[in-house]
Design a protein around this ligand. Structure first.
Ligand SMILES: *Cc1c(COP(=O)(O)O)cnc(C)c1O
Length: 356
């Protein structure tokens, strides 16, 4: 069976080495030494000033929304994982969907200004599949209108734009380290910012608002992560270059073997160093996608419809229309892509798509 993705597991001895450290310290959570070590290494790897390791990518978004004081209307993308939208609604914000660019699949920056009202407080959008948004234009719009920018950078680990980690753009950006992501800590995530004030708020918010044992800075939640999760991250991080180059190689095989006369792909903005996190292909129609998916499933191959449905269609969202996102989300399919996928498997998958 070939799934859409398969978690990278480091050699077990490497994990045992960290388990021994946990048994020595007897500290399992509450900002222990491995959490601190992972945060330091991630800050260094990504080249960012502040980074908070949290329990998942969704709580990262929710804490970031609170730390930026987003309320009222927030402009967002309809083409992402559901957590981008649900976090806004969970935090009491109203998502205002702006359609996507058909080439980059990220929010169409030409359409943002028309969606701004006196109730708008910020923009929360996703570098979908690790493709960077139009960050310069979004920054300029936000500055003109006094809005905060929060990026859901869950797909960007290891990716760069104009020489900087994609996650370093925006007032705040969040990562997911879920087991299905390129870099993972089993479950986990991070909040990244260069702003000292916002970092100060996040630091308290992540830990119930505790300021010492008996004092409270303000409202907080439990966003902490454990030593066991940090240990997995410390084991996987040194393998990231090898993971990215394996994914690059596999993506090149798809590029060679797939017949693109009937398929289209996204376009990367110039200046992007891609992390090869996903391999989505866009079919001419939903019917063709469903047909290919059925054919693959019959051979025990399980591509995924990332991202369907378009998020303006969620049952708790009313009356918003994003025709580009609606159309692409029906026709886009992510092909299997993971460390350890063989060339003959890529050949087989490509043949199943090519013979239509
Ligand atoms: C995976 C993902 C999330 C959620 O992350 P979790 O760690 O699973 O909570 C949020 N946004 C996007 C775009 C994702 O792909």
């Amino acid at each position: 069976m070939i799934p859409v993705t398969k978690t990278f597991l480091p050699p077990i001895e490497e994990y045992i080495h960290y388990l021994e450290k946990i048994w020595e310290s007897n500290q399992l959570t509450n900002n222990g030494p491995l959490v601190q070590e992972l945060e330091a290494k991630l800050k260094n790897y990504l080249g960012v000033k502040h980074l908070f390791f949290v329990s998942n990518g969704t709580i990262a978004l929710q804490i970031a929304i609170k730390a930026l004081d987003l309320k009222g209307e927030v402009i967002t993308t309809p083409f992402s994982y559901v957590a981008t939208t649900s976090s806004l609604v969970w935090e009491g914000c109203q998502p205002v969907f702006v359609d996507i660019d058909p080439h980059t699949l990220c929010i169409d920056s030409n359409l943002i200004e028309a969606a701004i009202t006196e109730k708008t407080t910020g923009i929360l959008t996703t570098h979908v599949y690790g493709i960077p948004c139009d960050v310069e234009r979004i920054q300029a719009i936000a500055k003109n209108h006094g809005l905060k920018v929060l990026y859901d950078a869950a797909h960007t680990f290891g990716g760069k734009y104009q020489g900087k980690a994609i996650v370093s753009y925006g007032d705040v950006a969040t990562l997911s380290f879920h087991a299905t992501k390129l870099f993972h800590t089993v479950e986990g995530g991070a909040i990244v910012t260069d702003d000292d004030d916002i970092a100060h708020r996040i630091n308290y918010m992540r830990n119930f608002g505790h300021k010492g044992q008996e004092d409270f800075w303000g409202l907080g939640i439990n966003g902490k992560n454990s030593e066991f999760h940090a240990a997995m991250g410390l084991c996987v991080l040194p393998h990231v270059p090898e993971i990215i180059s394996a994914r690059n190689k596999i993506s090149n095989w798809y590029d060679e073997k797939l017949d693109f006369s009937n398929l289209s792909r996204f376009v990367l903005p110039g200046g992007t160093r891609f992390n090869y996190g996903y391999f989505p292909v866009i079919f001419p129609s939903e019917m063709e996608l469903l047909e290919v998916k059925k054919r693959m499933n019959a051979q025990n191959i399980f591509p995924r419809r990332y991202f369907y449905p378009s998020l303006e269609n969620l049952p708790y969202i009313s009356d918003q229309y994003c025709p580009v996102s609606e159309s692409i989300s029906r026709r886009i399919l992510c092909l299997p892509l993971y460390y350890g996928l063989y060339e003959d498997q890529v050949t087989k998958i490509s043949q199943l798509i090519n013979t239509q």
